[in-house]
Design a protein. Structure first.
Ligand SMILES: [Fe+2]
Length: 281
């Protein structure tokens, strides 16, 4: 695959179906034309990696604002110092609700149980790496959908799925103290189409750990279908595992990518700073 050269920025594919590395001068990342090219590439490649750019929070927010409409997906349970920047960490001194971060060990899309439409993108800066584990994996759910047999696509196209926080915490629900069980019930369940159709006609699966039930289907049947689709989308051809280095900045289209983190030690101090782009349609 050839390297695509554009003004002041180059995009180098990582895998045939997913991911590109962005090569640009640091200052060029704040050029609206460069950001526009990043958006275009994100649409197609789903994940963009900016190696070692070492953004400050202010720079990350500035880039976020150039990319789209900023969404506050922070949590009251964290001691976020900068508005709209969520500190992703298992450190109990900073995050009083680390179970939500344990939930990120499982394939998911951000914001589905709390937003009426999937947030458009997530942006993540590496601030402190885990010595072991902590890689982030991404799955391109455009490619996953497009490679399904035609008959199966047709069977999925009109289905709707209820997303809940409780579903996303189900694998670790027995670890949550009895007094905190109320956390499983936060928010109002949100319904999203199982198959999302973009303006350009391309379709993707909207799936992951928050997907609880399929509307109109027996619960067990629906959950089996959802689990099978996540397994399908998680196969190596559709996924990319990012090995973080200090200062890396990675962004992904949250409407067409699932992500998860490889487990890491709760006490290792791993810290990522996350910003989000709001739904656009
Ligand atoms: Fe996430």
């Amino acid at each position: 695959m050839s390297v695509i050269e554009k003004t002041r920025v180059e995009f180098e594919p990582v895998k045939p179906e997913v991911g590109s590395i962005v090569r640009a001068e640091r200052a060029a990342l704040f050029d609206p034309e460069v950001v526009r090219q990043c958006r275009e590439m994100l649409n197609d490649r789903v994940v963009l990696v900016f190696p070692k750019v070492n953004f400050t929070d202010a720079e990350q927010l500035a880039f976020t604002d150039l990319l789209g409409g900023r969404l506050n997906l922070t949590s009251d349970a964290t001691t976020d110092k900068q508005e709209d920047v969520y500190q992703v960490t298992l450190d109990k001194k900073i995050n009083r609700a680390p179970e939500y971060v344990l939930g990120t060990f499982f394939w998911h899309m951000d914001g589905l149980p709390v937003e009426t439409a999937p947030p458009a993108a997530t942006l993540l800066s590496a601030r402190k790496l885990a010595p072991k584990g902590g890689q982030t994996e991404f799955s391109n759910t455009l490619a996953a959908y497009e490679h399904l047999p035609e008959a199966e696509k047709a069977a999925l196209d009109d289905l709707r799925v209820v997303h809940t926080v409780a579903a996303s915490l189900r694998p670790i629900a027995d670890l949550i103290p009895e007094a905190d069980k109320g956390k499983l019930q936060i928010g109002v369940p949100k319904e999203h189409p199982l198959v999302r159709t973009r303006k350009d006609g391309r379709k993707s699966l909207v799936i992951g750990s928050t997907a609880d039930t399929v509307v109109g289907m027996e619960v067990a049947h629906g959950r089996a279908l959802l689990a099978r689709l996540v397994e399908w989308a998680g196969q190596p051809a559709f996924t990319y595992r990012h090995e973080w280095q200090d200062g890396d900045f990675v962004i992904w289209d949250n409407r067409t990518a699932m992500h998860r983190v490889i487990p890491y030690d709760s006490d290792c101090g791993r810290m990522m700073h996350r910003t989000s782009i709001a739904a656009e349609d």
